[in-house]
Write a protein that binds this ligand. Structure first.
Ligand code: NAD
Length: 487
């Protein structure tokens, strides 16, 4: 069976999903398909009244369903049942995702969707395994640390891996006993709505997942400042993360998890397996056309091996074909919007004007959609726009070093610290430098996440606060209460 489809045949769920139904709403933001640039739908924008309705629905659902009080194994069973239904609906979900987003349909069923299912199952397993603790206290008293859910969690997600980002937020929050009001990106809301529909079909209490559509300024602000949202979990740009912190500080203090931008280095020593390094580096910047928070966008390479490494990367970047995301043969993603494509072009233009040499790419691709060619920029320095700014596109810069000290100085970005790659066969050096790299994740002789969801992900510096995935994501969806009982 081919996964290719005609986007006109896909029926899009448009509206806010509140309680047990899709509430239709008038569209306010015109949406364009990244693959062909066609306007195809209008996304509604939930104002503070609609957000309040979603929050009250979530609160009532928690109360009437006793979601945190029911047997933990029942919570676990329902979450697994939800994962089963997502699995059965994978082709439909893949179409909803491929129409609106940059994700090629051929990479969704066994990729993003399969991973999201695994992650929901991973978090479901915590429901009956994490417990409160008895702690040593004075004679004559009993000390306990009780763990409790927050209540209603406000989740806000970006457009680059929509279904996966929703799973990162919904899985741990629900397993930990919370209800969620989720705002997906206004450019890619459909798979999140479908997830909520499937949760209901799976038997999760109505109102546990509510999805409100809209932009950051109106809907996002209404979520982060709502007094009954007890915790905010956000993934997106550092700029928006900073606006959210400000909004939360102004409207009432609440905990937040912020998964933000990155500008991750890939440090390659001459003793590395260069073919393997080149393959990992190329895949990292080509995957989703570089629109990944952990895209390894700064190549930092030892002088003596620049030539063979760059040649191998150039080979990997050649012959990339732009195709519609709904074509099963598509391997390369378009850029999410024309505005973002222009921004990428502007950063490349300014970097070249400042003296960089463009070894390949540096231009739009000959296709109807918003495609930008894989681009390699040499002759940059630490102040070049493409080295400093998160491009969020298929643009890789090359800097060179003589020794470890220089490599570490170049790797250290002034504000970002999300991930880093290190390629060397010298084990002592790998461990020594892993300790020095200022990043929330370090990959050695590989680049990119595995399907080991126990490894948390999150940033150092302005790349974020707190973690998604891993045990930490579950725990960050619960608060602790200290109890002391006199005996
Ligand atoms: P964005 O910050 O523009 O938007 C992300 C989400 O936040 C959207 O839903 C948007 O509507 C909302 N938003 C924007 N401003 C807001 C505000 N003031 N208040 C509340 N909500 C607001 O980011 P994007 O362009 O959608 O996504 C790309 C960014 O996301 C990149 O910077 C990327 O690095 C980052 N990202 C980080 C991770 C991670 O795990 N660290 C993962 C994926 C993406």
């Amino acid at each position: 069976m081919t996964l290719s489809f005609d986007p006109k045949d896909v029926s899009l769920p448009i509206g806010h999903f509140i309680g047990d139904r899709l509430v239709s709403a008038k569209g306010a933001i015109q949406m364009h398909r990244p693959s062909d640039g066609q306007a195809y739908a209008d996304c509604p924008v939930a104002d503070s009244d609609i957000v309040d309705q979603a929050v009250q629905t979530a609160k009532n659902a928690l109360k009437s369903s006793n979601w945190d009080g029911i047997r933990p194994r029942e919570r676990l069973r329902l979450l697994h049942r939800w994962a089963d239904l997502i699995e059965q609906d994978a082709v439909n979900l893949a179409q909803l995702e491929a129409v609106s987003s940059t994700r090629p349909v051929g990479q969704l069923v066994d990729g993003d969707i399969a991973v999201s299912i695994e992650q929901i199952r991973f978090f479901a397993e915590f429901a009956d395994k994490e417990s409160s603790a008895l702690v040593p206290t004075d004679d004559g008293s009993l000390g306990m640390i009780m763990s409790e859910p927050y209540g209603v969690v406000g989740a806000i997600t970006p457009w680059n891996f929509p279904i996966n980002m929703a799973a990162w937020k919904l899985g741990p929050a629900l397993a930990a006993g919370n209800a969620v009001v989720l705002k997906p990106s206004e450019m890619t809301p459909f798979s999140s709505i479908r997830l909520a529909e499937l949760a209901l079909q799976a038997g999760l209490p109505a109102g546990l997942i509510n999805v409100v559509l809209g932009d950051g300024m109106t809907t996002g602000n209404a979520i982060t400042s709502h007094p009954d949202i007890a915790k905010v979990s956000f993934t997106g740009s550092t700029r928006a993360g900073s606006a959210i912190m400000e909004n939360i500080a102004r409207s009432g203090i609440k905990p937040m998890t912020l998964e933000l931008g990155g500008k991750s280095p890939q440090v390659v020593f001459a003793d590395a397996d260069l073919d393997r390094a080149a393959a990992a580096i190329t895949a990292s910047i080509i995957s989703n056309a570089g629109q990944a928070c952990v895209a390894g966008s700064r190549l930092i390479v030892e002088n003596s091996c620049v030539e063979p490494l760059v040649e191998a990367i150039l080979r990997g970047m050649a012959d990339i074909k732009p195709r519609f995301t709904w074509d099963a043969a598509s391997q390369y993603s378009p850029i999410i919007s024309e505005r973002q494509r222009q921004r990428i072009a502007d950063i490349v233009r300014r970097t070249v004007a400042a003296g960089a040499e463009c070894l390949t790419g540096g231009d739009f691709m000959d296709a109807p959609g918003y495609f930008y060619a894989p681009t390699l920029l040499a002759g940059v320095d630490e102040d070049s726009p493409a080295v400093i700014d998160e491009v969020f596109g298929p643009v890789l810069t090359i800097q060179t070093f003589e020794d470890e000290e220089e490599a570490m100085t170049l790797a250290d970005h002034p504000s970002y610290g999300l991930a880093a790659g290190l390629f060397t066969r010298d084990l002592s050096r790998a461990i020594r430098l892993t300790r020095r790299l200022q990043a929330g994740t370090v990959w050695v002789n590989r680049y990119g996440r595995s399907r080991d969801h126990i490894l948390p992900t999150g940033g150092y510096k302005q790349s974020g606060i707190g973690k998604d995935l891993g045990r930490e994501a579950f725990q960050s969806n619960r608060k602790s209460k200290s109890v002391l009982i006199s005996l």
